[in-house]
Design a protein around this ligand. Structure first.
Ligand code: PMP
Length: 389
């Protein structure tokens, strides 16, 4: 029955429909856009384009309203239980959002001798800004310790028992990732709050989960949440940081960062409407089913190592929990070559080292990340090509 649900949705992506010979499987990098999102962008540009907060005429007022409305829309989409006590700031993507948290807000929180705990093996956008903050503070004579968020041996989930031992009275901040961009794994973040206690701000990199899996701030218990609009079907150059006002960034007043990406915000508002109407829960079921199909297929082929599962792929649970992302290597063929070979068959995948932090994979690998517009037939065709190799 999910196929009946999916087909009309796929038909709404013009770039997908226009290229039946190609298969886009790089949605963890950025997602394709449905017609409604493209329309919203064009409508904004042809009816209201102006700068925000300069309200002496209707286009400017409409743009200001658009920004405010979309802040509320983001909160609703994230299941914010107390929207009157939170804020949303727009950025060009998750990287810029995390950098702003690290450089505009975090330094004000920290004093000499304080500690922060951050992941070393997740996306480098969730590591380098924290190290930069440490450097910046050191230049001002404030020396903080950056500790590695521990992962369980043999898997890439956070080791929350080790984290509980690591967190101490000087721990002032913890950064985590919701879904890993290489392993596709849900990182156990629901156990992080209990490990660090109620008073430590937690910042969640939700770049691979917002819009991909149902998610509710009421359940997550984090203080900041960062996501990419462009991976959430909005235009390139969009992203947002949600923050709890009590702990929140207290970013500089609006205008400080200059003219916002208003057309991007217009596209984000429509993208969230589109995803809600499509049902994010089903999107998650669909992409998980596609990634499970691929993982299972690779297990049968034998010559492929699926990262985060090991070579044996023994447990079915490991096959099931690749939430829309599968990354693998062939035992003989170089992964960069594999990327070119796959494109010669029309498949667009990601092959490189995937911007992982210090504790990441150094050898390139091939990442396949489907979205709502991909089909089981495409995965089967990919597996046929991979079998021929
Ligand atoms: N964090 C994670 C987990 C990601 O997957 C990505 C994108 N690859 C980013 C951060 C960076 O996001 P953006 O491209 O929006 O800057």
């Amino acid at each position: 029955w999910l196929a009946d649900w999916q087909a009309p949705l796929r038909a709404q992506f013009p770039i997908i429909v226009a290229h039946p010979e190609l298969v886009y499987l790089d949605s963890a990098a950025t997602a394709q856009k449905p017609q409604a999102v493209l329309d919203a962008a064009l409508t904004y540009l042809t009816t209201s384009n102006a700068n925000a907060g300069r309200g002496t005429y209707p286009w400017a007022n409409r743009t200001t309203e658009l920004l405010e409305r979309t802040r509320g829309r983001v909160k609703r989409f994230l299941g914010d239980p107390a929207p009157e006590r939170s804020r949303v700031d727009f950025f060009s993507g998750a990287t810029e959002g995390l950098r702003s948290v690290a450089l505009d807000w975090l330094p004000r929180l920290l004093a000499d001798g304080d500690e922060i705990i951050v992941p070393f093996g997740d996306h480098q956008a969730n590591l380098l800004p924290w190290l930069e903050a440490q450097k910046l503070l050191a230049e001002r004579g404030v020396h903080i310790t950056v500790r590695e968020l521990p992962c369980q041996a043999g898997s890439h989930d956070y080791d929350t028992e080790a984290l509980a031992r690591l967190a101490g009275p000087r721990t002032r901040f913890v950064a985590v990732t919701h879904v890993h961009h290489v392993y596709g794994a849900d990182m156990n973040i629901h156990r992080v709050r209990a490990a660090v206690g109620p008073d430590v701000p937690i910042c969640l990199d939700a770049a691979q989960s917002v819009g991909h899996l149902p998610l509710s701030l009421a359940e997550l218990d984090v203080d900041l949440l960062v996501f990419s609009g462009h991976k959430t079907l909005a235009l390139p150059g969009t992203g947002a940081v949600w923050s709890r006002e009590a702990r929140g960034p207290g970013f500089a007043p609006s205008g400080w960062r200059g003219t916002p990406n208003t057309v991007g915000v217009a596209s984000l508002e429509r993208a969230l409407d589109w995803l809600d109407a499509a049902d994010v829960g089903r999107v998650g079921e669909w992409t998980s089913a596609l990634s499970a199909r691929l993982t299972e297929g690779l297990r049968h082929l034998g010559q492929y190592e699926v990262l985060g599962c090991g070579r044996s792929l023994a447990a079915d649970s490991e096959v099931q929990r690749r939430a829309g992302i599968v990354t693998f290597r062939h035992e003989l063929i170089d992964s960069m070559d594999l990327g070119f070979i796959l494109y010669s068959h029309g498949f667009m995948v990601r092959s490189d080292d995937h911007c992982q932090g210090y504790a990441g994979e150094r050898d390139p690998s091939v990442r396949v990340s489907p979205h709502v517009y991909n089909t089981p037939e495409e995965i089967d065709r990919l597996l046929e090509v991979l079998a021929e190799l």
